[in-house]
Write a new protein. Structure first.
Length: 280
């Protein structure tokens, strides 16, 4: 295994464990979607993005707008592991006085570039940020992550049309297509069809890859960067609750879990990390 890829896979497992640690502080949280986006977070913060944890407001940093803002635990886990704030702070999630609210808030958490939570609005904010940076001739790339259930929102498609019209080549978006939303499968609730094709029809450069294959994600990002004058969409085929042993259930959007559940999941991830570390 490529050493860098090996480290990124270890990083993804550590992100999952850190996210679960934060949610364990009140024995519940948005487990499913936090787990499904962990490999993407490892690819972005471990390789693709230009960031400086010691200077979260570095003007030339790349931005990440997590439009599916309820999956903040995966973001917080990543930021803590990167050194934006102490890892012990993960255990303050959603508690009084915390810097880690349930949904991402740029005014409270170091490293959060945009406040999100109301589905559909985050991608509009990302488009606005990319447009402003393009207008000013800035080098930043704006990345944004949507949920597939979130793509039911009309606002997503208004933003998509605008981004294509303004030729925002500095915008790279992802759909975490884990095929579920709050109360069931996306195809049963509001079937949006072929998301890659839809974004292509809306004027985007669009790809789709295995969202748990970090090498494939990074290759798709590099291809997106080679497509100037056009926003890019990368649809990620993922599993909701990936690598969390108690999340293998039909309803796994928000899950209540016990201390025993958490310990079993953490132990399983420790074993995965140990196995990855032992591989050549």
């Amino acid at each position: 295994m490529n050493n860098n890829l090996k480290e990124l896979n270890i990083f993804a497992a550590r992100i999952r464990k850190a996210a679960l640690r934060s949610m364990n502080s009140f024995h519940g949280g948005h487990v499913g979607g936090s787990m499904s986006m962990a490999d993407l977070m490892a690819a972005l913060y471990g390789a693709a993005m230009r960031v400086d944890p010691k200077n979260p407001q570095w003007p030339e940093r790349d931005w990440l707008v997590v439009s599916k803002g309820h999956c903040g635990p995966a973001v917080y886990g990543t930021l803590a592991l990167m050194g934006y704030f102490p890892e012990d702070e993960l255990e303050t999630l959603n508690k009084e006085g915390t810097r880690l609210p349930s949904h991402c808030d740029r005014n409270r958490t170091p490293g959060i570039d945009m406040t999100t939570g109301s589905l559909g609005q985050g991608v509009s904010c990302a488009v606005g940020a990319a447009w402003a940076m393009q207008y000013r001739g800035m080098p930043n790339i704006v990345y944004t992550i949507l949920g597939d259930g979130e793509c039911d929102e009309g606002q997503v498609w208004e933003a998509a049309l605008f981004a294509a019209t303004k030729k925002l080549g500095n915008l790279i978006a992802f759909v975490d297509q884990n095929q579920k939303q709050l109360d069931g499968f996306t195809r049963e609730i509001c079937d949006v069809g072929d998301l890659r094709q839809k974004f292509e029809d809306f004027g985007w450069h669009a790809q789709e890859v295995d969202g748990h294959d970090i090498a494939a994600i990074l290759a798709a990002i590099e291809q997106a960067k080679q497509t100037p004058g056009q926003p890019s969409m990368i649809v990620l085929h993922t599993v909701k609750g990936k690598d969390c042993c108690f999340a293998d259930q039909y309803y796994n959007h928000f899950i209540r879990f016990s201390e025993e559940d958490y310990q079993n999941a953490a132990d399983w991830l420790d074993q995965k990390i140990a196995k990855l570390e032992s591989e050549d």
